[in-house]
Design a protein. Sequence first.
Length: 202
Amino acid sequence: MRQKQREITDEDELLEIMQKCDVCRLAFNHEDGYPCILPVNFGIGRRAGKLCLYLHSALEGEKVAVMKKDSRVSFEMDRDHKLQYFRDKGYCTMSYESVIGRGRIEILADEEKEAALEILMDHYHPGKHAYFNPAAVPRTLVYALTVEEMTGKRKSIKKFSPISQISCIDNAAITVLICACIILENGIIYDIYDLFSETSTA
């Protein structure tokens, strides 16, 4: 990763992000040579001691056909998006948290389905033991994506001086602020007039 300060490698921290996501995007290797990307609901658990994502679908469909031919899958999820636009600086950015990884996916046997679906339901209804109709289980395919590797990235909110975000300020406001003389921000004393001299001419 180019900006190492944004990289997240601690598994507990990665899991915390994943638990707050509501959509996981899977990338399959399609036979036509193009990646096949699908958004899915998911649950997080462990299987044979390994971290895995539990997924479900109808008994037939495109991803079922694709995964039966190639079980290798990449995944991505993200959250906490905040768009920031600093007009006076001509600068636009977005903060976020994301996790990407890869592993292998397999269809679970019938006897494993119900427990996996409970984990999936708990992701969206934590601690509520949400009911699902057992009649749906026979007509549902349930998968486990065993995670082989993953990493995360966090871009935090950009923090400029609140004053530097003001693109225009009138003379009356400047007069009032100059009366204050100084402000203290992040332990640094700034001269009010210097801070506003550039923005007041915008």
